[in-house]
Design a protein around this ligand. Structure first.
Ligand code: FAD
Length: 433
C-alpha cells in the first residue's frame, strides 16, 4: 500500500496535458458565477447556516447548478463525473465563489472525507454508482465511526457486523455523526472478527441510512443546533458487495479516511478550501473580528487592534503551514500523518480566535438583541471546543505527531496484541425502549 499511488494522490500530480490554463479558468469561473449563483446573503453567518434544517435541500439545489455548469467536483477524476483539475484550480474557484451562496454543507464530510476515501478504496462499481451522484448533489454522505463507548480509541469499537450468506447483519450504535439525519449514505466501521487483535477485526461498509432497522436520533446541543445524531442498528442487512476494501482490513480504510479528515478539518483538503469553504482573503474566512470591532465602536482601541492583528497573523501562518505540509506530503518529504500538524494548528487557532471574539464582544456576548453580531459571537463560543475534538482530539494529534513524525516511543497499549474478545471492553449499547 505504501508504494501504491492512491486515486486521490492524483490531485497533487502535475496538471495533465490539455488542462485549462489557471487564469483562463479563473476568468471563465468569475463570469459564470456572476450569471448563475445567488449572491451571498450577508445576514446569514456560517453558524446560522449550520442551524438551518433545510440547508441540506438548498445545498443539493446549489450543487446541481454547479454540476450543470461544469463547475462541480473540480478535483475529482473525469471518469466519475468530475473535472480532473488541480488543487490550484479549486483554490481559484473557491476564491472567486466567496461572494456567492455555495453548498458549503457538502464540503465536510461528503466531498473532502467520504468521496476521497471511496475513490481510494471503493470497487469500480462502487465508484461508478456513487461518485457521480455525490458530485451532482444527489447523494450526501456521513461517517459512522464514533460510538458511545468512546471515539479516540476507534479500533476498540463494538458495533458488530456478522456474515450471513450474501449479507452482513449490523447491530450496535454510532454517535456524533454530523448531519446524518439529512444524509443518504454512511461509511460505517464495524467489528467482523472478535478473535484477533482490535485493529485486525474491523470492516468498512457502505450503509444506506434511511432503511428498516436504522433509527436516527438528533441530539439537541447547548447552542441550539441538532446537527449531531446517534444511530441505532437493529439487525440491518448490508449486502456483502457494500464492503469497502477487504473484510477484516477496515483499519486500512479507516486510517486513510482519518487522513482525509485531518486534511479537511485542518483546512488542507484539495476538494474544498477550509471547513466553511474558505470565505475571505487567503481562505482564512476571517473578517468577522474587524466587523465586530466596528460594531462595538472599538476600532480605535489599541488593545483591540492588537488582538485583530494577532488573529490575522495566526491565519496567515495557518495558510502557510497548510501549503507547506500539503506540498511536503505530496512530494514524499513529509509522511502522511503530517496532516496532524495543520489539523492541530487549525484547532488551536480556532480556539484563540473564539477567545479574541469573545473579548471584543464583551458583555454583548452574554445578552443581546436579535441580529446583534456580539450575541452571535456568544453563541459561537459555545462550540469553541468542537475543532479540537472533531477529526480526533488535540491530544490524539499530539500523540500522532510525537510517535509517527518525531519517532518518539509509542504509547503503551495493554491490548495491542491481544485478541479483542480477551480484552475488557464495553458492551454494544442497544436502543432505549
Ligand atoms: C464537531 C464534531 C464533529 C464530529 N463528527 C463526527 C462524525 O461525523 N462521525 C463520527 O463518527 N464522529 C464524529 N465526531 C466525534 C469525534 O470523532 C470524537 O468526539 C473524537 O474522536 C473523540 O472521541 P470522544 O468524544 O468519544 O472522546 P474520548 O475518546 O472519550 O476522549 C475523552 C478525552 O480523553 C482524551 N484521550 C483519550 N485517549 C487519549 C490518549 N490515548 N492520550 C491522551 N488523551 C486521550 C481525549 O483527547 C479527550 O480529551 C465529531 C466530533 C465533533 C466535536
Amino acid at each position: 500500500m505504501a508504494t501504491d499511488r492512491l486515486d486521490t494522490d492524483r490531485v497533487d500530480a502535475a496538471p495533465a496535458e490539455g488542462t485549462e490554463d489557471l487564469e483562463a479558468f479563473r476568468m471563465r469561473a468569475r463570469a459564470w458565477l456572476a450569471d448563475n449563483m445567488p449572491p451571498l446573503q450577508e445576514t446569514l453567518t456560517p453558524h446560522q447556516l449550520m442551524l438551518q434544517d433545510e440547508m441540506g435541500t438548498r445545498a443539493r439545489e446549489l450543487q446541481r447548478i454547479l454540476f450543470d455548469g461544469g463547475f462541480a467536483g473540480l478535483c475529482f477524476p473525469k471518469e466519475y463525473g468530475g473535472q480532473g483539475l488541480t488543487r490550484a484550480h479549486q483554490a481559484a474557484f473557491t476564491h472567486e465563489s466567496a461572494p456567492y451562496e455555495m453548498p458549503l454543507v457538502l464540503n465536510v464530510p461528503t466531498f473532502s472525507i467520504l468521496a476521497p476515501t471511496l475513490l481510494d478504496f471503493g470497487t469500480e462499481e462502487q465508484k461508478r454508482a456513487h461518485i457521480p451522484k455525490i458530485i451532482s448533489g444527489e447523494e450526501m454522505w456521513v461517517q459512522f465511526l464514533s460510538e458511545p463507548s468512546g471515539g479516540s480509541d476507534l479500533a476498540s469499537l463494538v458495533t458488530r457486523a456478522t456474515r450471513d450468506g450474501d449479507v452482513f447483519i449490523l447491530n450496535g450504535s454510532k454517535i456524533w455523526s454530523s448531519g446524518a439525519f439529512r444524509a443518504d449514505y454512511a461509511l460505517c466501521l464495524a467489528r467482523t472478527e472478535w478473535h484477533v487483535p482490535k485493529h485486525r477485526g474491523l470492516t468498512c461498509f457502505i450503509v444506506k441510512i434511511h432503511q428498516p432497522g436504522i433509527e436516527v436520533q438528533q441530539i439537541k446541543m447547548v447552542n441550539g443546533s441538532s446537527e449531531f445524531c446517534q444511530e441505532f442498528f437493529d439487525d440491518v442487512a448490508i449486502p456483502a458487495e457494500n464492503v469497502v476494501g477487504e473484510v477484516n482490513d477496515g483499519w486500512t480504510v479507516a486510517t486513510r479516511l482519518l487522513y482525509h479528515e485531518r486534511d479537511a478539518v485542518g483546512g488542507g483538503s484539495p476538494y474544498t478550501s477550509g471547513v466553511f469553504g474558505g470565505r475571505g482573503e487567503h481562505g482564512s474566512g476571517r473578517t468577522d473580528l474587524i466587523d465586530l470591532a466596528r460594531a462595538t465602536g472599538r476600532t480605535g482601541d489599541s488593545h483591540v487592534r492588537q488582538l485583530v492583528a494577532e488573529s490575522r497573523a495566526n491565519d496567515l501562518v495557518g495558510a502557510q503551514l497548510i501549503s507547506r505540509v500539503t506540498k511536503g506530503i505530496s512530494t514524499g518529504k513529509f509522511p502522511g500523518p503530517a496532516g496532524s500538524l495543520h489539523r492541530l494548528y487549525a484547532a488551536t487557532n480556532a480556539e484563540r480566535h473564539q477567545d479574541i471574539a469573545l473579548e471584543l464582544a464583551g458583555a454583548g456576548a452574554g445578552a443581546w438583541a436579535e441580529g446583534d453580531l456580539a450575541g452571535e459571537k456568544g453563541i459561537e463560543f459555545l462550540s469553541r471546543q468542537s475543532g479540537s475534538l472533531g477529526g480526533g482530539s488535540n491530544e490524539m494529534q499530539r500523540n500522532i505527531i510525537s510517535e509517527r513524525i518525531l519517532g518518539m516511543p509509542r504509547e503503551y497499549a495493554a491490548d495491542k496484541d491481544k485478541p479483542f474478545d480477551e480484552v475488557r471492553h464495553n458492551a454494544s449499547p442497544s436502543r432505549p425502549r
